[in-house]
Design a protein around this ligand. Structure first.
Ligand SMILES: [Zn+2]
Length: 331
C-alpha cells in the first residue's frame, strides 16, 4: 500500500516533460472530480466530464486572460482553433472573450452548444495526455490502457480511477493542487510576460472583493481631491464604480494606483479593454497627487513616482501585446 508521499511523488513525476499544457489540465480535471465526488460510490470519469473542464479551462486562459500556451502558431492548443472558428458575430467576439466560461454557460448557451459540438476533436486532444500522464503507463496505444492512476477506455469514453490513490489525492487536495499550479505557472512563464502567473494557474480564478483598506483609501482619495467626476468621460458622479485602469484580468490585483472612479456606462463599456496610451498621462497626474500624500501609502509599492510611472507603462505595453484591445472612446 502506497503512502501519501509515494502517491505525491508519482503525481509529481507524471507532470514532468511538457511541451504543451494538456497534462496540467487533465490533472486539474482529476482533482476537480475527486474533490467533488464520493469516490466510494463512483470512481469512473466520463470523457464528457473531461471535455467540459478542458473547454472551461482553455476558454478562460486563452480568451479571458489572454495567456499564451505556446510561442509557435502551429503548436497552439487545438481549442484555440475551435474558439476562433466559432460562428459568432465578429463585433460580439471580443466581448464574449472577456467573460468567464461560467458566465458564458449562463448567458450564451448557444455558443457553448457550438463549442461542445466539437466533441470528436476534443477527444482527439485528450488521447495524448491521458496516456502520457499515467505513471508507469502500460498502454500500448492511445485507445486503452492501464497505469498507476487509472485505466482508460477510449471506446467507452471513460477513465477508471485507482481508488486508493485518489482517496489520498482527495484528502490532500490542496497539496496535489499546488504541485499542478506551480508546474503550470512555470510552463506559462516561458510564453507570457504577465503578472501573477501563479495565481493565473488556478482553475477557478476568483476576483476577491475590495479590502476595507482599499475602499477607505479610495473614498478618501476621491473626497480629498474633490474627484466627483468620471475619470474617462468627466461627467459628474453621484455614485461611482472603481475601475481597474489596466484590466483586472491582466493584473489580478486591486491596487490604488490602478483604480479610478468611473461612471457605470464607461466602466461597462471599457470592460476588459485598455484605455488609450494618451490617457496614461492623466493617470500619471492623478497618481502624482496621491503619491505626494503619504497617507495613501502608495510608497509601500514603489520607491519613487518614476518607478510607478514606468510600471504602469510596462503593464500597458505588455497587456496590449498579450491581446487586450484598445478602448479609445475618451482621451
Ligand atoms: Zn464615464
Amino acid at each position: 500500500m502506497d503512502t501519501s508521499f509515494d502517491v505525491l511523488n508519482k503525481w509529481d513525476r507524471s507532470l514532468k516533460g511538457n511541451n504543451n499544457s494538456y497534462k496540467f489540465v487533465l490533472a486539474i480535471a482529476l482533482l476537480e472530480f475527486s474533490k467533488n465526488t464520493d469516490l466510494e460510490k463512483t470512481n469512473v470519469i466520463s470523457y464528457d466530464y473531461l471535455i467540459n473542464i478542458f473547454v472551461e479551462f482553455y476558454w478562460n486562459h486563452l480568451n479571458r486572460y489572454k495567456l499564451n500556451h505556446s510561442i509557435s502558431h502551429e503548436k497552439k492548443p487545438l481549442l484555440n482553433k475551435i474558439f476562433l472558428d466559432l460562428d459568432i458575430d465578429e463585433n460580439l467576439r471580443s466581448s464574449l472573450y472577456s467573460i468567464s466560461y461560467r458566465k458564458l454557460k449562463k448567458d450564451h448557451k448557444e455558443v457553448v452548444q457550438q463549442l461542445l459540438s466539437n466533441k470528436k476533436i476534443i477527444i482527439s486532444i485528450l488521447g495524448n495526455p491521458i496516456s502520457r500522464f499515467n505513471f508507469d503507463n502500460k498502454g500500448s496505444d492511445h485507445k486503452a490502457g492501464k497505469g498507476y492512476f487509472y485505466e482508460w477506455n477510449r471506446k467507452k469514453e471513460i477513465i477508471i480511477l485507482n481508488k486508493d490513490a485518489f482517496l489520498t489525492i482527495k484528502k490532500e487536495n490542496k497539496i496535489f493542487t499546488k504541485i499542478v499550479q506551480l508546474g503550470l505557472a512555470s510552463f506559462l512563464e516561458k510564453y507570457n510576460v504577465q503578472p501573477n502567473l501563479i495565481d493565473k494557474s488556478k482553475f477557478n480564478i476568483k476576483r476577491p472583493p475590495f479590502s476595507k483598506f482599499i475602499n477607505d483609501l479610495f473614498k478618501e482619495e476621491t473626497q480629498l481631491l474633490g474627484r466627483y467626476t468620471c475619470f474617462y468621460c468627466e461627467t459628474k458622479l453621484e455614485k461611482y464604480d472603481k475601475d481597474h485602469f489596466i484590466p483586472w484580468e491582466y493584473v489580478l490585483e486591486h491596487k490604488i494606483w490602478n483604480l479610478v472612479a468611473a461612471c457605470r456606462e464607461c466602466n461597462s463599456e471599457k470592460s476588459t479593454n485598455l484605455p488609450s496610451k494618451k490617457s496614461i498621462k492623466k493617470l500619471e497626474d492623478r497618481n502624482k497627487e496621491i503619491f505626494s500624500n503619504l497617507k495613501f501609502k502608495i510608497h509601500n509599492d514603489f520607491d519613487s513616482l518614476e518607478s510607478l510611472i514606468s510600471k504602469i507603462d510596462d503593464l500597458h505595453t505588455n497587456a496590449s501585446k498579450a491581446g487586450y484591445l484598445p478602448w479609445n472612446k475618451y482621451l
